[in-house]
Write a protein that binds this ligand. Structure first.
Ligand SMILES: [Zn+2]
Length: 115
């Protein structure tokens, strides 16, 4: 596995996601400050803003996983499952470079959060 290439991908994702979060939260602030629009516009606007803020919540989750992955690269533990230390399948890392779990523990986490 080419860890340097993975680090590059992770840093690129980090840039894209953090600028998106900044943009959306800036727009949400602006929308909230505007008292001039009539109530119909305001309702549509706040609905859109809510959707985008929900997207931002997901972005924040991914961003923290990306940063944790970059920290593991620095620590030399990247590519090992954080639970059992077993190597994470390379196909998984290709698909989701910030994943902290091997397939077995990913499934375990998903079961835990859907219960
Ligand atoms: Zn594992």
């Amino acid at each position: 596995m080419d860890v340097a290439a993975m680090a590059e991908r992770l840093r690129e994702e980090e840039r894209v996601i953090s600028s998106r979060i900044e943009r959306v939260s800036g727009e949400a602030r602006d929308a909230g400050d505007d008292g001039v629009r009539d109530s119909g516009d305001a309702a549509v606007l706040s609905e859109n803003t809510d959707d985008r803020l929900r997207g931002t919540e997901m972005d924040r989750g991914v961003l923290s996983q990306i940063r944790a992955a970059l920290a593991r690269i620095d620590a030399g533990t990247y590519g090992a499952c954080v639970i059992d230390g077993e190597p994470i399948e390379e196909a998984r890392l290709e698909a989701v470079p910030w994943t902290p779990y091997c397939l077995e523990h990913q499934e375990m986490q998903e079961r835990a959060t859907t219960l």
